[in-house]
Design a binder for this molecule. Structure first.
Ligand code: FEO
Length: 405
């Protein structure tokens, strides 16, 4: 049986890993899983902070860990819902049948969402920024709204005595958590893993709301935070400042400039565009600029999003397809637009058969993304030596541009 992990006196972490191969939000691959974390804060009264979805074995994992403390469902006075997205509330209807006495704590927008998702209106305590609940025994929960990190109702809960910030999606990451739940317990290799997976999580889930992330981080400066306990990912006990700084940096990439790197997204029908891709990459590497290459449709857009989010430069390699962009690359572009991959330096290349059209379609699709373009390279059929030379030059030109930013 999995046991709850004690964070400090009266405060425990309960977690479940989703590892059944499902997609997160029904669309994002999580080959290394994702954790759903909840927390118990026990004074004279007991609060559970955040819940899980009825997904994989999450409910029974949480029940086992509650029993290990031990806390019975009937012992719970409050269930604080920082965020109503179903990964944190999907089990709610069944859970409150086991704990009918529990008072749900959320803000006004959260209460409306609980009603629309679950039809629940009873036993809801509505709080607002600055409100607090004393649990007795020096345990006090203070609430603050952080709208749009990730949904409009999202809030954080801060336990005053311990300085623990229960941040829900903020400061979260993909990746399952096993026996080591704290930042000071995991190896350098695991830290590197969470560096990568927190960026992918950020770009996939939170990136569009970066202005709100920066606003929330500024506000959190008012709290004496000693530990950050998110609802996905590890707990930051030794160095909470590290994940705050990391999120600040991720958020800053939206306005740019991001890192001096280039992400290449390419697709090819019969290899004519692919052959020129190699010349473009050689051009970029001739300037010693790191390059990340993503082939679609083989690879899911989740990784290209993460890579593009942190890159100053983007390259799109795609042929014309029926007078338009090659659809797999067009689909990536559409996601980039939705997820606010803005303020980039960009180069596009690609072949066509009897007629062009991809470039015109590309320019129309990217009109509102505040991208700065260098001249594209297009050719009919097979590329000759001149095209390869031009592609190399454009690759090196883009690399020089982003180095000079
Ligand atoms: Fe982890 Fe926005 O839910």
């Amino acid at each position: 049986m999995k046991k709850a992990v004690k964070i400090t006196d009266g405060i425990y972490r309960l977690g479940a890993n989703i590892e059944n191969g499902d997609l997160f939000e029904g669309m994002w691959p999580i080959p290394d899983g994702v954790s759903l974390n909840c927390y118990i804060v026990r004074g004279e009264k007991t609060a559970l902070i955040d819940l899980v979805e009825d997904w994989d074995s999450a409910p029974s994992d949480i029940e086992d860990q509650l029993a290990s403390i031990p806390v019975e469902s009937s012992d719970l006075d409050y269930l604080v819902l920082n965020h109503i997205e179903p990964d944190h509330t999907g089990w709610l209807e069944d859970f409150i049948k086991k704990a009918p006495q529990v008072q749900l704590v959320t803000n006004k927008k959260g209460a409306a969402l609980i009603e629309s998702f679950y039809g629940i209106t009873e036993n809801v305590k509505i709080i607002d920024s600055g409100d607090s609940i004393s649990l007795g025994n020096n345990k006090e929960l203070l609430f603050h709204n952080i709208p749009n990190v990730h949904w409009p109702e999202t809030m954080i809960t801060f336990e005053k005595e311990s300085g623990i910030l229960f941040s829900c999606d903020a400061f979260g990451s993909y990746g399952s958590i096993n026996d080591s739940v704290f930042d000071d317990e995991i190896s350098e290799k695991e830290h590197n893993f969470f560096d990568v997976e927190s960026l992918r999580y950020y770009a996939n889930i939170v990136g569009s709301f970066s202005k709100f992330v920066l606003r929330a981080i500024e506000k959190l400066g008012d709290f004496d935070i000693k530990i950050i306990a998110p609802s996905h990912g590890i707990i930051w006990r030794e160095n909470p400042g590290k994940i705050i700084e990391r999120y600040k940096k991720f958020a800053s990439y939206m306005e740019g400039p991001a890192e001096p790197e280039i992400s290449v997204i390419w697709g090819s029908m019969y290899g004519n565009t692919e052959k020129v891709l190699h010349s473009v990459i050689k051009g970029i590497r001739s300037e010693s600029v790191p390059v990340h290459v993503h082939h679609v449709p083989d690879e899911d857009v989740s990784w290209a999003l993460a890579s593009a989010w942190k890159s100053r430069g983007l390259v799109f390699g795609m042929p014309t397809y029926e007078y338009k962009m090659f659809p797999p690359v067009a689909s990536v572009l559409s996601m980039f637009n939705l997820k606010h991959i803005f303020n980039k330096k960009v180069f596009r290349f690609g072949s066509f058969g009897w007629s062009g059209g991809a470039q015109k379609d590309f320019e129309a699709a990217t009109e509102k993304m505040n991208w700065e373009f260098i001249d594209p390279v297009e050719w009919k059929g097979k590329a000759d030596d001149e095209i390869h030379k031009l592609a190399f030059e454009r690759g090196s030109e883009l690399a020089r541009m982003i180095k000079g930013q």
